[in-house]
Write a new protein. Structure first.
Length: 285
């Protein structure tokens, strides 16, 4: 069998993350103010370190009160709840919105349907910043569920949205359960195409290779989901943040010939290229 590296068709930076990084960098270069991001701009330490070198520094919600009129603060692609906007406005700092337009659209939907009297259900991870932000747009009244097991009593009017990185199977399951129980169910599959494209490409490639490498930040939920998908198809699936974590042992111990590579939406091209280069060295091709 010829040695080969297959890179997933859809891998790495998505539109929303690329846009957020560009917005932050433009802000820093075009404005004299100090530029901060509310939380790490993306789940990737290599990118965060590069941004720090350019004086774009992450701060926490608790530090918002320290901002002043000479500062600007970038809202990352995950978006935030309206009360955070209000807190920032009070500081006098310039608010630079890099919320992904797909996330903004979910925020508007939940507000609209909350105002129309619907109970909002978000299919996703209750601790994820995107979900926390979306919930803020319906006054934190949403039911957040992964699989429909914690829905409790439901009114007759329900509106279902999903976290942009949620798996379709989970969303479908919740829609099915709620549709059996409620009269008026408005459903919005808000899973981002960037996510589903990455998931189907990873699924396809991991079926063809004997080592599957998933590159992503350790806190990146979309990267972890890619790893879960790949592990089901390929027993030699590994999850790394960058090429430094790639060792020759796994190549040699398992006599690897075909390598698949995919990367989460917060992984920049240069990190993927480094992993491809190192894999070539270990495969001796
Ligand atoms: S995964 Fe989709 S929704 Fe999330 S930032 Fe990227 S493009 Fe936007």
């Amino acid at each position: 069998m010829a040695k080969e590296i297959i890179i997933a068709d859809h891998a790495g930076f998505c539109f929303g993350v690329k846009r957020a990084v560009e917005i932050a960098v433009n802000q820093q270069t075009s404005d004299q103010s100090n530029t901060y991001t509310l939380g790490p701009l993306i789940h990737n330490n290599d990118v965060i370190n590069r941004l720090k070198e350019q004086n774009i520094l992450p701060i926490t919600e608790a530090q918002l009160g320290e901002l002043g009129s000479k500062d600007s603060i970038v809202i990352r692609s995950h978006g935030v709840a309206p009360d955070i906007w209000e807190q920032i406005e009070k500081t006098g700092a310039q608010l630079v919105d890099a919320t992904c337009p797909y996330v903004s659209s979910i925020q508007k939907k939940v507000r609209k349907y909350r105002d129309l009297g619907y109970q909002i259900i978000i299919v996703g991870d209750a601790k994820h910043p995107e979900v926390i932000g979306i919930n803020g747009w319906c006054d934190n009244s949403a039911i957040i569920t992964k699989d429909g097991s914690n829905l409790g009593e439901l009114p007759s009017k329900v509106c279902i949205v999903s976290q942009t990185t949620e798996r379709l199977a989970n969303y479908d399951k919740v829609v099915e359960i709620v549709s059996r129980r409620c009269e008026d169910v408005q459903t919005f599959n808000t899973i981002c195409k960037a996510t589903s494209d990455r998931q189907s490409s990873a699924d396809e490639v991991s079926k063809k290779v004997d080592l599957m490498i998933v590159i992503g930040g350790k806190n990146s939920s979309n990267s972890k989901k890619l790893y879960d998908i790949c592990s089901k198809n390929c027993k030699n699936s590994i999850f790394i943040e960058n090429s430094k974590e790639l060792s020759a042992d796994i190549f040699h111990e398992n006599k690897i010939e075909k390598v698949g590579i995919t990367a989460g939406a917060s992984t920049p091209d240069w990190v993927i290229e480094d992993v491809v280069k190192k894999s070539r060295e270990f495969l001796a091709i």
